[in-house]
Design a protein around this ligand. Structure first.
Ligand code: FAD
Ligand code: UDP
Length: 370
């Protein structure tokens, strides 16, 4: 069978491309997806208790891009939702990222006020300071704060999440959760934030609902690639190293073991996500109803246990963001750039820490280039 484009992977990167190509270019598109469902990591479904859960971890939509927000809300309404996270520190549940509320809750009044004043004078109200930057401070109060936050929030959490110390990762990783000099205790400050009223899977269903898009589920591209031909391009959103048959060796990824639990009570915890930076083997517990707004007499939570992925067997969730692995990826990136008939897109094919909106933006940009 002949198609204009073949797309490998039915996550946001692949499906946005398919929707754009079919709608705007009237192109004939085949999507090949290994899993038994579309949606990639963003897939959601109802569990046995009737609670809408995210199979691959909690996904909160947030973006500063009006284009992305306008694009995505064409496929389903969002209810406005601002994510808040608490972290258990010294037995108290306090706001994360560390902000002025956290400072007030954890420190004696006089010390807290002195540190606040120094933070505001040095950086300014509303500024976000990555922990690795704060650690370079010389002022004794700010140094004390930096060491406290480093030890109590980052050190063990990062060990559990990555098997590494914060400084061994590229700064953008811990920079995602900076010290925030503000009374705003939300996890994200993007202009647009929300959760799809009918869930992500429904949004994907609408994006794929086009006569020019054919979807083949339960199919590994590498097992069928000789059976299908494309006239224009292949768009690949799977792991980049697999595409080149691990020519330069396997890249490293982290996977997560998700443990879902349903409780016969309306509510489990104080916030949608509670981080455990000091105890236990899991990093965080999220409660879906507190994000989706669903009403039900029972509630479902998910615990996340992170570990190194066995490539070829495990789900690959996080590329390994260290200089060493990014350098290894660059070898693949060069090979990928040399292929004129293939576009590499998405978290796995570009070995990037894309949020959903960034993956969508990258696909919209790649479509424009076509
Ligand atoms: P994916 O969703 O991984 O899709 C790739 C698809 O390709 C998969 O379906 C895979 O099965 C398929 N595939 C791979 N190889 C083959 C093959 N050989 N043949 C056929 N199919 C193949 N982002 C946010 O914005 N907010 C959040 O709150 C958030 N939370 C997250 C929580 C976790 C635990 C994780 C891991 C990620 C989170 N993200 C979040 C990021 C978000 O999941 C990604 O940005 C998004 O899924 C990227 O989409 P993608 O299409 O690039 O990749
Ligand atoms: N982090 C941490 N403690 C926390 C929250 C985050 O050490 O309480 C660090 C950790 O290294 C993590 C990174 O900051 O991987 C990014 O956190 P984020 O919540 O953005 O991760 P994601 O939601 O992508 O898993």
């Amino acid at each position: 069978m002949d198609f204009d484009y073949i797309i490998v992977g039915a996550g946001f990167s692949g499906v946005v491309m398919a929707e754009r190509l079919a709608t705007e270019k009237k192109a004939k598109v085949l999507i090949i997806e290994k899993k038994r469902h579309f949606g990639g990591n963003c897939y959601d479904c109802y569990d046995k208790a009737g609670i809408l859960i995210h199979q691959y971890g909690p996904h909160i939509f947030h973006t500063s891009s009006k284009d992305v927000w306008e694009y995505i809300t064409r496929f389903g309404e969002m209810h406005i939702y601002h994510h808040r996270v608490l972290g258990v520190i010294e037995g108290k549940k306090v706001p994360i990222p560390f902000n002025l509320n956290t400072l007030e809750e954890l420190f004696p009044k006089a010390l807290g006020e002195r540190i606040e004043e120094k933070l505001v004078t040095k950086y300014g109200m509303g500024q976000k300071v990555p922990i690795l930057k704060l650690r370079a401070e010389n002022d004794p109060d700010l140094k004390f704060l930096a060491e406290y936050v480093y030890e109590k929030i980052f050190a063990f959490y990062t060990e559990k999440q990555w098997g590494l110390k914060p400084e061994e990762l590229t700064p953008e990783v811990t920079g995602r959760v900076p010290v925030y000099i503000s009374w705003d205790d939300r996890y994200f400050q993007d202009r647009y934030q929300g959760m799809p009223v009918e869930g992500y899977t429904k949004m994907f269903e609408r994006m794929l609902d086009h006569p020019n898009i054919k979807l083949l589920l339960n199919t590994d591209y590498f097992e069928v690639k000789d059976e299908f031909k494309y006239k224009k391009k292949l768009i690949y959103t799977g792991p980049v190293d697999a595409f080149f048959d691990y020519r330069f060796g396997k890249l490293m990824y982290r996977t997560i073991d998700f443990v879902f639990e349903n409780y016969p009570k309306e509510n489990y915890q104080e916030a949608a996500t509670v981080n455990y930076p000091n105890d236990y083997g899991f990093t965080r517990i999220s409660e879906f109803k507190l994000m989706t707004g669903q009403l039900s007499p029972t509630t479902t939570t998910v615990k996340e246990f992170s570990r190194e992925a066995v490539v070829g067997t495990d789900e690959l969730y996080y590329p390994m963001f260290t200089d060493e692995w990014i350098a290894k990826y660059r070898e693949y990136e060069k090979e990928a750039a040399a292929l004129n008939d293939t576009i590499f897109l998405g978290r796995l094919a570009q070995y990037r820490y894309y949020n959903m909106d960034q993956a969508i933006l990258a696909s919209l940009a790649a479509f424009q280039k076509l």
